[in-house]
Design a protein around this ligand. Structure first.
Ligand SMILES: O=P(O)(O)OC[C@H]1O[C@H](O[C@H]2O[C@H](CO)[C@@H](O)[C@H](O)[C@H]2O)[C@H](O)[C@@H](O)[C@@H]1O
Length: 541
């Protein structure tokens, strides 16, 4: 039974959230210091991205020890204090489990490299010669997905960075290690888990070249993934806890399977299809204007499809891998506030569990970096080289990276207008957006008309109105490329959500019977016969 329908999750990227000791690097004590801010927002859970020991090649998604705290983030005592203090405020912690791969600095991989056969079987090693890669698969971060180890005469698979070696989930010992890690954290008082790219853990029986794509069709939602998830949830003792799977390039059918009540896999899934509507020909590093009709169709398919078959969506625009939504699908200049609030309404009234990514509630924007030296992300740095090798000019390359980089969302949280936005007294590990003096938490906290206050209202409404958390959904006007519109309803209440996706005035169609409905919420103070730029309105009957 999904008991989490009226809950809201807040995502924290600890490295950029709050630095308590002036080393320029956010930490766990920093999170604890900001718990009142989070409790005031009304969120129920905090998803913390990885803070485990790691060489930080991929900002912690390269885990070297799953049961400890990286000293840069603090100590186990700091974490225990955070769990306790969050609990005192009615907030649960969700940890990020990176179970598809480990860092090559993990002791298992080090033993494998030293020749230990037991640990070689923890990973995906293939015999071969240096000139012949086992398959032509491409790493998600660019370049080949295999690395040769000369002294072993073997290649190992890394779907992500070369320092992130894929685990061999066919090996029952690996599966038991993972379950044991979950039991360890559950015993510490952790209330839920986010599973990183969990739908790529089950690899094919036969490894073959992909002449149609980068190899993902052979391992995405792989043959044993549902079996492994059921086993992990049961053996880890986490059935009934809040869990979310990050699903790379997945399908609706699989996400129904991952989340349908009674399947005992996960509570909900992230899928990314709606965030690829501005990829030209499906290529992340090729720009195009967002295709809003495609986005609407995806929302409708996923929302109505999950509803029809008992699945549950995680609702989000932003995370630590995505550019800031307000810069991407809204306006970070003239209609900054209106577009940030419209985007919030667009997903917070949908069927599913909303996720707020740190700073989203303030309307934080992309930093608009202009030099490659400002970036830290391994994927962005790799693709800078790849795009330049493709003969794109420096200017075009930097423009693409500025719009697509994962660092767009990783700049420090903007707490106030003081130096370094109140994030650190030292030198921040990555630059801060220039607009922090205008866009920051202090400026918005007590302002009833701020974006943050608007988010607070959205969180409160979900708890107050069962139609938002548990009602049915139906999409309207599917062929209108300017307007996202849907209806929520249960036996008692009906809501009509209208969102103008454009930076211009558009018509405001109303279905029969809605002309005199009450206005529950909107991002303009008054009411008009049209929808003004990025206007959203929620009507109630
Ligand atoms: O774009 P998709 O193929 O649908 O994949 C979704 C995201 O997957 C990756 O994200 C996660 O795994 C990475 C490796 O552990 C890690 O670097 C990242 O921070 C994780 O969230 C990918 O890196 C993202 O760009 C995709 O959005």
């Amino acid at each position: 039974m999904n008991d989490f329908k009226d809950k809201v999750v807040y995502q924290i990227y600890p490295k950029s959230f709050m630095d308590s000791n002036g080393d320029g690097f956010g930490d766990l004590k920093g999170v604890t210091a900001k718990l009142d801010y989070l409790a005031d927002l009304g969120v129920d859970y905090l998803w913390l991205t990885p803070f485990f020991p790691s060489p930080q090649r991929d900002n912690g998604y390269d885990v070297a020890d799953y049961r400890a705290v990286d000293p840069r983030y603090g100590t186990m005592e700091d974490l225990e204090e955070l769990i306790r203090e969050a609990d005192r405020r009615g907030i649960g912690l969700m940890l990020d489990m990176v179970f598809n791969h480990t860092s090559t600095e993990h002791e298992w991989f080090k033993k494998a490299l030293a020749g230990d056969k037991k640990y070689q079987d923890y990973y995906i090693f293939k015999d071969g010669t240096p000139d012949c890669c086992p398959t032509n698969w491409v790493s998600k971060f660019g370049g080949p997905a295999w690395e040769y180890v000369p002294w072993l005469g073997k290649w190992y698979l890394h779907l992500y960075d070369v320092m992130q070696a894929d685990l061999n989930w066919e090996n029952p010992a690996v599966r038991e290690e993972m379950a044991d890690i979950l039991r360890f954290w559950k015993a510490k008082g952790i209330k839920g888990f986010r599973f990183d790219v969990i739908n790529v853990i089950s690899k094919p029986e036969v490894y073959e070249d992909d002449f149609e794509g980068d190899g993902r069709r052979f391992y995405t939602d792989g043959r044993n993934v549902h079996k492994y998830l059921k086993e992990l949830v049961a053996a880890g003792g986490i059935d009934g806890m809040i869990t979310v799977g990050e699903m790379s390039s997945t399908t609706l059918e699989n996400c129904i399977g991952y989340t349908a009540e009674g399947n005992h896999e996960l509570t909900m899934c992230f899928n990314f299809h709606h965030l690829k509507v501005d990829y030209k020909d499906g290529q992340k590093w090729e720009l195009r204007e967002p295709d809003y009709l495609a986005m609407k169709k995806l929302f409708q398919t996923w929302q109505e499809g999950m509803q029809a078959h008992g699945g549950w969506n995680a609702l989000f625009w932003c995370n630590h891998d995505q550019p800031r939504a307000v810069s991407r699908f809204g306006s970070d200049t003239t209609y900054w506030k209106e577009s940030a609030e419209m985007l919030a309404v667009a997903i917070h009234f949908m069927r599913g569990t909303p996720y707020i990514y740190q700073g989203e509630e303030l309307g934080m924007t992309n930093p608009h970096f202009t030099s490659i030296d400002q970036y830290r992300d391994v994927e962005s740095l790799n693709y800078y080289k790849i795009l330049r090798q493709q003969d794109k000019s420096e200017e075009e390359t930097l423009d693409i990276i500025a719009q697509r980089s994962r660092d767009d969302s990783r700049t420090p949280m903007q707490w106030d207008a003081s130096e370094n936005a109140g994030f650190t007294t030292g030198t921040p590990w990555i630059g801060i957006a220039d607009n922090y003096k205008a866009i920051n938490a202090a400026a918005q906290m007590d302002a009833p008309d701020s974006i943050r206050s608007f988010y607070k209202t959205l969180v409160a409404l979900r708890k107050k109105m069962p139609v938002i958390s548990a009602g049915k959904i139906e999409f309207l006007y599917p062929d209108n490329a300017d307007l996202l519109a849907y209806r929520r309803y249960d036996g008692e209440t009906e809501l009509l959500v209208l969102c103008n996706l454009r930076e211009r005035e558009i018509a405001k169609p109303l279905p029969v019977g809605w002309t005199d409905a009450e206005k529950l919420l909107g991002n303009y103070p008054d009411t008009a016969d049209t929808l003004r730029p990025y206007e959203c309105v929620v009507l109630k009957k």
